[in-house]
Design a protein. Structure first.
Length: 255
């Protein structure tokens, strides 16, 4: 089964969002970086444990036993909770994924939740069988969306989030301080969620696709508000002004 190069999501507003899928190579780079970090933390724990063990031995044989028990718990958490915790608090990224410029997200384009992070990582021990992520590699090869078993359970995918230097001007758009107040009662909740989804993912989009999407969304919103927006960067500035006005009115959840 040949994998897809990208994930395409059709929004209710008939706008296509495209995300390049991460393959085995880029995911291996992220895994290698995370494993190295885990190993360094483990070595640091052993060193600290050895130092404390020598000091605690003066207080009898019970204290070192408690230290060993604490180290066992810490190593278990380091192995089992590292990926789930980082992905939950870093919006789908671990240090290794951030280094490799990858991100985990729901396969419908939404950010993952803490529940999704825990669910996808509970299957990590199965993906590791029989050795060196053998089951996970086979699953990625057979899946159209490059999913390992944990991704199937949580309904997630891993995508590239590379910053393209050619798109640097797109990153510099700012909210116009003199932007007028809009009648945002004319903007539907679905359109608001579309703006929010675009802002969350625009840095990972191809420059041409990013410009096209900004134009489509801004034209739709501007038409409802009875204003005209001409070209980039005004279309993104317009969307940012609408976004900021919603936030100021308490109608948007915090990212």
């Amino acid at each position: 089964m040949e994998p897809l190069d990208k994930l395409t999501i059709d929004t209710p507003e008939q706008t296509a969002l495209e995300f390049p899928l991460a393959g085995i190579g880029s995911r291996f780079v992220a895994m290698a970086a995370d494993t190295a970090i885990q190993a360094l933390i483990g070595i640091a724990l052993l060193i600290v444990g050895a130092i404390l063990g020598g000091a605690l031995s003066r207080f009898g044989s019970v204290a070192p036993q408690w230290l060993i028990a604490a180290l066992i718990i810490l190593f278990f958490l380091l192995y089992s909770a590292y990926f789930a915790v980082f992905e939950a608090i870093w919006n789908g990224q671990t240090p290794g994924k951030r280094y490799a410029q990858l991100r985990v997200m729901k396969d419908d384009g939404r950010p993952i939740t803490a529940y999704d992070s825990v669910a996808r990582n509970l299957l990590r021990i199965v993906d590791q069988f029989p050795v060196f992520y053998g089951v996970g590699i086979i699953s990625v090869f057979l899946s159209k969306q490059n999913k390992r078993l944990g991704d199937f359970v949580a309904g997630t995918v891993v995508v590239h989030e590379k910053t393209v230097e050619a798109a640097r001007p797109f990153l510099d758009t700012q909210v116009d301080a003199a932007a007028p107040a809009y009648d945002l009662s004319l903007v539907s909740p679905d359109e608001l969620r579309l703006i929010e989804a675009f802002f969350q993912r625009r840095d990972s989009l191809d420059p041409a696709l990013r410009g096209s999407m900004a134009a489509q969304i801004s034209n739709r919103i501007a038409g409802k508000l009875g204003v005209q927006v001409y070209g980039w960067p005004r279309n993104e500035k317009f969307l940012e002004a609408v976004h900021a006005q919603y936030r100021a009115g308490g109608r948007l959840r915090a990212n």
